[in-house]
Design a protein around this ligand. Structure first.
Ligand SMILES: Cc1cc2nc3c(=O)[nH]c(=O)nc-3n(C[C@H](O)[C@H](O)[C@H](O)COP(=O)(O)OP(=O)(O)OC[C@H]3O[C@@H](n4cnc5c(N)ncnc54)[C@H](O)[C@@H]3O)c2cc1C
Length: 388
């Protein structure tokens, strides 16, 4: 671990995709002492487990705006950061089995069209015509957007980290924050597991699934819960096309995409919140059954490995961004509920705007304020059963 400075203009707690994006955009705004503290290795949390999905298909305007702002950055990522994000514009195909799911997809498509986005509603036979490997006899329809796709979480993380360091930010690994000191309502310093203190007027909570623990260090209740999701990977599988969309079966929250020459298959999401990050055999069985149901030819595929990671779920499945009114110098960037990777560029830009100018200009993030829950001002997201 590099020696820690005794003070910083801002301390970011957590070196996942959100923390490094914020570090980059703060440094780009000209902030000189940006210090990011990661207790393990950067990217070892949810970011390193993420499926890399990037989509514009959401049910709320604010999520679509976060996607559009992020897409602009992904599209020019190589020019800006010198790192290939491995963006694969394969599209996203949502599949509806029940009337309610189909109604949600139709409403989403209407909203997307009013925002100038290209999305197609397809009947079962059209779906079968384009992707003959999909079982469609139980489907009511699907929605397909071709501007969506997936990219490499580590590549994006590296790009932000490299960019932040070039602009003078300090990103330090093996540095666990255990306390945040405040004087009355104002943040004063962070304290490390080693006992060292770093004086700072501003702390940003980017601790992913552990965010509520960091918030508890300043004495506020942040409603973010960890939730395990398993993923499985097959061996080389040549019997499906080399390129097809991220396919999402809303009935079970199952999804599938290409991963190199093999496949990434979504496993189950737990019903109960916990910090468990173990893969289990039950998860593999669930995945095999859901995969065979939707793509029968997968009976010839072989699952070769699995992983489990933690989502950071908020009560209304929208991000939690900004300060609590009762604490000065504590800003949250949490609760991404399965979309933190794809929204990471937007979050970095908007948190940097908020800190530099007192409010976010490009997209108004006031609706995502942390205290909306106690005000009863939640944002309705009908696709709550699905996280990428
Ligand atoms: C299986 C799975 C699939 C996913 N698929 C997608 C997808 O397709 N698309 C998408 O957009 N999103 C996806 N997500 C969600 C996405 O991965 C997360 O929203 C995103 O990575 C959150 O980033 P983060 O930086 O907030 O959290 P993390 O990556 O978890 O980073 C938080 C960091 O904080 C550190 N930390 C915690 N406490 C402390 C402390 N006290 N001191 C110092 N450091 C601390 C941790 O070590 C960790 O590295 C998926 C998630 C999972 C689990």
């Amino acid at each position: 671990m590099r020696p820690l400075p005794s003070s910083a203009e801002v301390v970011i707690v957590g070196g996942g995709i959100i923390g490094v994006s914020i570090a980059y955009y703060l440094a780009k705004k000209g902030m000189r002492e940006v210090l990011l503290l990661e207790r393990g290795m950067m990217g070892e949390g949810a970011t390193g487990k993420c499926a890399g999905g990037i989509r514009t298909q959401f049910s709320t305007e604010i999520n679509i705006r976060l996607s559009l702002l992020s897409l602009k950055v992904f599209e020019h990522f190589k020019e800006e950061f010198g790192v290939d994000p491995e963006f694969n514009p394969a599209g996203y195909l949502f599949l509806a089995v029940r009337k309610r799911q189909w109604a949600i997809l139709k409403t989403n498509a209407q909203l997307m069209k009013t925002m100038g986005l290209d999305v197609e509603l397809l009947g079962p036979s059209e779906i079968r015509g384009r992707w003959p490997f999909l079982r469609v006899d139980d489907l009511l329809g699907g929605s397909y957007s071709k501007c969506d796709g997936y990219a490499g979480p580590y590549e994006i993380l590296q790009g932000f980290a490299k960019g932040a360091r070039e602009l003078g930010a300090m990103l330090i690994e093996g540095a666990e924050v255990t306390k945040i000191h405040r004087k009355r309502e104002r943040v004063q310093a962070v304290e490390m597991a080693t006992g060292e203190r770093i004086v700072t007027p501003l702390v940003i909570n980017a601790a992913g699934p552990y965010a509520s623990r960091v918030a508890a260090m300043v004495g506020v209740e942040l409603l973010v819960k960890p939730l395990r999701r398993q993923l499985f990977f097959t061996d080389v599988f040549k019997e499906l096309p080399a390129l097809f969309p991220m396919v999402i079966d809303l009935e079970h929250g199952w999804y599938m995409r290409r991963e190199g020459k093999g496949l990434l298959l979504a496993g189950p999401e737990d019903a109960q919140s916990s910090f468990n990050e173990k893969v289990d055999f039950g998860g593999q069985e669930w995945t095999a059954a859901r995969s065979l149901h939707r793509v029968p030819i997968l009976q010839r595929a072989r699952i070769v490995r699995g992983l489990a990671g933690l989502y950071d779920i908020s009560p209304d499945h929208h991000a939690i961004l900004g300060p609590f009114p009762e604490i000065k110098g504590f800003v949250c960037a949490n609760g991404f509920s399965g979309h933190g990777f794809q929204h990471s560029p937007a979050i970095g830009i908007l948190i940097a705007e908020l800190i530099a100018g007192g409010r976010s200009k490009t997209v108004d993030i006031h609706p995502l304020r942390p205290h909306r829950f106690r005000e009863g001002d939640l944002i309705y997201e009908p696709l709550t059963a699905f996280h990428d």
